[in-house]
Write a protein that binds this ligand. Sequence first.
Ligand SMILES: [Fe+2]
Ligand SMILES: [Fe+2]
Length: 244
Amino acid sequence: MHDDAALFPILRTVCLLESRSEQYGAYLATVLGEQPWIDAWAAEEATHGARLRDYLAVHDPDFDFDRAFARLADLPYHEDDARPPAEELLSRCVVEALAAGFYRALRDAARTPELQALCATLMRDEVRHYKGFRTHLAARPDLSWPARTRVIARRVRELDDDQIAFAAHCAYGDGDYHHRRSRREYMSRVYALYREEHLAFIQAMLFRALGARPPRRWRWIVRRSLFAAVRLRATHTRLLSGLA
Ligand SMILES: [Fe+2]
Ligand SMILES: [Fe+2]
């Protein structure tokens, strides 16, 4: 068995999600207007999907990308009404920060140098995307502190929608889709990746996007609380999905 086989369910799912980013680029252009940097960003995100696809084609040849991706098309990519530009940019900062933290955790969980190197590259790209969106956000009229908090909280909550759960289902399943079951099985694997240092990495980016720099002691308390919450959810989802 491949040394990183335990990570293949995650890699398949994220490969499908990254492969949809061109559609998100089109959505972003409707919110922010056509801009060359949006095209460049979407094109780079598309390379993430392609690189993961190439990796899986070699190491997980049972993965039928075309079939899974066709199935994923049953779910509309973005059902939200367009948000105001500053809110959309802040939402992107959140997503890029989470993506960067996710690839860093995946890199640290990977056992083979090839997958470690791939994840490290994707992590660096996501950090650059985060910084780019933050720069564009800074050029917009300022959002109030409560508004920023609300946007960040909403974007984190949206991680529970069908986008990830359905992609996880398409990565393996042909049968009926059950949102809660699919989400639980996928997230139980993802939560298990995170160590406290990964959360600290994400937290630092989110605080910067929030425009806040709380005292060191507060940052420590928030990080410990986040870590405890992730551990708890990891155990909870693992037990419920029968992977314990
Ligand atoms: Fe990406
Ligand atoms: Fe990105």
